[in-house]
Design a protein around this ligand. Structure first.
Ligand SMILES: [Zn+2]
Length: 391
């Protein structure tokens, strides 16, 4: 089977690479992925997929479905295509072509077994966390597993991702001249400083892997004026989504307390929350077995710790995993000039082909051995239950 996959991907290769290069050149940033989205949709329509444009309340998103028979597994393949202001410095241009390659390959080699493939085009990963909005609006309920690829320095999978909550808080005090009549002032900046200090105190009394960061966005003006208005940003993270909800409640008390102490008021803006993925080691193993079978470069152990991603929200609800596919030297950071420079290289093209093969291989393994899907689902449910109990 692996030989057949390789041969078919080689046949598709030039077309996939051309799409990847075109999306790289378009370099459309978050929320403006008009042409990149259309290019993928057009190709899928030409190839017999049923394509819906703008799904789940997100512009420049799509859902493309191909179904054979009834009652088989439903494979979800997700693709981002947004660039950074610098260009495609995170390698998202490779994702659409890679999952399309995987989908066509599954279709070619599935025989007459029933199955469904759903490709989701998920825009605005870098800015809004597009998948969170799409999920809130009913997307990803029609798939049994969710698979992605992401360009990387090493070929591996992730075990965890971090849940994240982000807040912007503006304190409102009373402005006054700092020398003439400071007693009339109520400092919005003091409230911010007290909240920062309280977070440092809280740090000792939370689970070890809790992350809390903060910064001042607007300190309120020069030193000789008691600032009447000042704004800070706070980010809270944990590997456990339920635990983070507890930390958020404690954080809110800090903000309330800071306002109370300084006789200020506050307004709070809260961004959409990122969930932590539920690790699905069974699915990870299957993907890495395929990565070895396809002789992927720079094979590395699974990453125990990572940052936050909107794919985490999808993988909180259903089993999912992302193959990180090597195309730059080990140690190269994402969002870097090195990523950008390698975007259309032979190594990038190889990454598109290999990840198409690995994702197709993973799905075809599940089709051939249906018990694998049961094991993946059982592994997911067990770990999700454990997450709640560990608190
Ligand atoms: Zn990325």
């Amino acid at each position: 089977m692996k030989e057949k996959i390789k041969a078919y991907i080689d046949q598709l290769g030039p077309k996939l690479e051309e799409m990847s290069d075109r999306i790289f050149d378009l370099a459309e940033v978050s929320c403006q992925e008009v042409q990149s989205c259309k290019l993928l949709e057009d190709f899928l329509k030409e190839n017999g997929f049923h394509v819906e444009h703008n799904v789940g309340g997100m512009e420049h998103s799509f859902r493309a479905v191909y179904e054979q028979g009834e009652g088989g597994p439903s494979f979800g393949l997700l693709a981002e295509y947004d660039a950074l202001p610098m260009g495609h410095g995170c390698g998202h241009h490779m994702q659409g072509p890679a999952v399309i390659g995987a989908a066509l390959c599954i279709r070619q080699l599935a025989g007459d077994r029933p199955y469904k493939i759903v490709i989701y085009g998920t825009p605005a990963e870098e800015s809004l966390g597009g998948k969170i909005i799409m999920q809130e609006n009913g997307c990803f309920q029609d798939i049994d597993i969710a698979l992605m690829m992401h360009a990387a320095p090493d070929t591996c999978v992730d075990i965890k991702t971090m849940a994240l909550e982000n807040f912007r808080v503006t304190f409102h005090g009373r402005e006054a001249h700092a020398a003439m009549n400071p007693e009339k002032g109520r400092s919005a900046l003091d409230a911010i400083l007290l909240s920062f200090h309280a977070i440092e105190m809280l740090r000792e009394h939370v689970l070890e892997d809790t992350r809390m960061h903060y910064t001042v966005l607007d300190a309120g003006g020069p030193a000789n004026v008691v600032p009447g208005k000042a704004t800070a940003e706070y980010t809270l993270r944990s590997y456990n989504t339920s635990y983070l909800a507890q930390v958020v409640e404690r954080f809110k008390k800090i903000i309330e307390g800071a306002a109370l102490m300084t006789e200020t008021t506050y307004t709070m803006e809260r961004d959409p929350a990122y969930s932590a993925k539920i690790p699905c080691l069974k699915l990870n193993e299957l993907i890495m077995d395929n990565a070895r079978a396809f002789e992927a470069p720079h094979l590395a152990p699974p990453r125990e710790k990572t940052g936050s991603t909107d794919f985490g929200n999808v993988m909180y609800e259903l089993p999912g995993s992302c193959i990180r596919m090597a195309f730059v030297p080990s140690g190269t950071p994402a969002h870097s000039q090195a990523y950008l420079d390698a975007g259309k290289s032979d190594d990038a093209h190889r990454a598109v082909r290999l990840s198409a093969g690995i994702l197709a291989g993973t799905c075809l393994d599940i089709l051939e051995q249906p018990e694998l899907m049961d094991e993946i689902k059982a592994d997911f449910s067990e770990r999700k239950a454990q997450m709640g109990e560990s608190l």
